[in-house]
Design a protein around this ligand. Structure first.
Ligand SMILES: Nc1ncnc2c1ncn2[C@@H]1O[C@H](COP(=O)(O)OP(=O)(O)OP(=O)(O)O)[C@@H](O)[C@H]1O
Length: 259
């Protein structure tokens, strides 16, 4: 059964149709990347599948029920969302920020339990943040803050993780680091992942399936083999890419040159 389904969703602002009749499904345990040029509708689509933005027409179903008809807290017990804006720059410690990820699992009157504290400590260790646990969020580097956002999502113990551009502002080492972390987490727990990525090479490497958006419509859905093709990318990105195979795993990768 699909975990998440988009059924003919359209989003319109005034005359501008940002998404037009977009349909797809995400199966449990898979990692899907949404790719496409600037302004093609990727972030808008992610906001709609996380229930943050209602579609103008069509429906998003989470576990077979319209996402807009489900309580926010019950969704938060199963879904973690990392938006493009990341975490707000506030003077809160790394530990307390990550602990906030447990709130969907606590009743309003309940204080965090021993188990919650233990989980936060375990996740801080796993994400290489233990040494920063008392540091304030607004003093961290971009890469550290991104890892804190991921740690907060991890302690939420979601079944599905939605990420908008998780690698923005990260150097290549940290880009791979963050995506490896998510991949390991996916394989260990059967997590379902949907992420917006600009970098087509990383998308091809780290996702099971790609959705290529072009001016608000789906140009192509499929594996990296099916989507990372010269003619398709040339049409959508209006540039002429060279497709090569990664020497380590044969995944299609893109080289850019002037024509
Ligand atoms: N609230 C809004 N009001 C009007 N237009 C909007 C609004 N939000 C988004 N848009 C428009 O929708 C289009 C798609 O935006 P979106 O942010 O989804 O694209 P994107 O593919 O994520 O782009 P990028 O790669 O540049 O981040 C853009 O043309 C944008 O200007």
């Amino acid at each position: 059964m699909p975990m998440l389904t988009a059924e003919s969703i359209t989003k319109q602002y005034g005359e501008h149709k940002v998404l037009k009749n977009v349909s797809f499904q995400v199966n449990k345990g898979t990692c899907m990347a949404i790719i496409g040029p600037n302004g093609s509708g990727k972030s808008t689509l992610l906001k709609m599948i996380s229930g943050l933005l209602p579609p103008t027409a069509g429906e998003v179903k989470f576990e077979n029920k319209n996402i807009l008809h489900q309580k926010q807290k019950s969704i938060a017990r199963k879904m973690a969302v990392l938006s493009q804006d990341g975490l707000p720059a506030s003077p809160i410690s790394v530990f307390d920020t990550v602990l906030m990820g447990r709130y969907p699992h606590l009743k309003w009157y309940q204080r965090e339990r021993e188990h919650d504290i233990q989980l936060v400590n375990d996740v801080l260790e796993l994400t290489g943040l233990s040494h920063l646990k008392d540091q304030l969020l607004d003093t961290l580097s971009g890469g550290e803050k991104q890892r804190v956002a991921i740690a907060k999502a991890m302690v939420q113990e979601p079944e599905i993780l939605l990420l908008d551009e998780p690698t923005t502002f990260l150097d290549i080492g940290h880009q791979v680091n963050v995506l490896e972390l998510v991949k390991r987490w996916q394989h260990q727990t059967g997590l379902t992942v949907v992420m917006v990525l600009h970098d087509l090479n990383l998308a091809a490497q780290y996702s099971d399936e790609l959705i290529l958006l072009n001016h608000g419509v789906i140009e192509k859905v499929g594996t990296s083999e099916e989507v990372i093709q010269k003619d398709i990318l040339q049409k959508v990105y209006e540039t002429v890419p060279e497709i090569v195979r990664h020497p380590k795993n044969q995944v299609p990768q893109i080289l850019l040159t002037s024509s």
